[in-house]
Write a protein that binds this ligand. Structure first.
Ligand SMILES: [Zn+2]
Length: 212
């Protein structure tokens, strides 16, 4: 089973990807997390990607494709959930080619539909624990004490690209570059749209049915 998650930043892909990949025993490749890990260790790839990410721009196709194709070989046979890739049509085409070479293909592309208003509301309040990765939100899921993680007490971090200017840019970039990716999978008959404004549990139920 090979699943691709599509949708704007803040659409809830990461949360759902974690639970679905656990339930179905799929390898979860979250390219955003992979990139942030590269930035944290200041690797060559991380240094190249950082300025794009901080502005809320997409990391160039060649960097993304290089990063993913290295991981595809070892993971594709056991089932895979891709979260954050592909983000452009060029990336979608490169993915098709790489998978075809491995005798596989995308089974489902799940599109998380969320209005722009709701996306801004969700993204602007996010923070994460840099130690245990627990996620918080100022409005929906605040920590018990201001800015400290409930589980481990570490000071919470706000991502550079969750600042308001970067959020607005990310949504513009998404609209222009990622929306055509929906057509790529729609044409192939693989696109399934999910209403991403429902509760986390409701989205989970719809997803489970969509990947049966
Ligand atoms: Zn923590």
């Amino acid at each position: 089973m090979l699943i691709v998650f599509l949708g704007a930043p803040g659409a809830g892909k990461g949360t759902q990807a974690k639970s679905l990949s656990e339930k179905k025993g799929l390898t979860h490749l979250a390219t955003g997390d992979m990139l942030r890990a590269e930035v944290a260790v200041e690797s060559e790839l991380g240094m190249k990607a950082r300025s794009f990410m901080d502005r809320g721009d997409l990391v160039p196709d060649d960097v993304m494709i290089g990063m993913i194709s290295g991981r595809l070989k070892d993971t594709v046979s056991g089932g895979l959930l891709l979260d954050g890739f592909p983000r452009t049509v060029a990336q979608a085409e490169a993915l098709d080619e790489a998978l075809e070479a491995a005798g596989a293909g995308v089974d489902r592309a799940i599109y998380f539909e969320v209005s722009e208003e709701e996306l801004i509301r969700r993204l602007a309040g996010r923070s994460t624990c840099p130690d245990c990765q627990r996620a918080y939100h100022d409005t929906f899921n605040p920590p018990a004490t201001a800015d400290g993680c409930d589980d481990c007490g570490t000071t919470l971090l706000r991502r550079e690209d969750d600042r308001p200017e970067a959020v607005r840019n990310r949504l513009v970039v998404y609209e222009t570059q990622t929306t055509p990716v929906l057509d790529h999978y729609r044409t192939a008959g693989k696109l399934v749209s999910v209403d991403g404004e429902q509760s986390i549990d409701a989205v989970q139920t719809v997803l489970a049915a969509a990947v049966e």
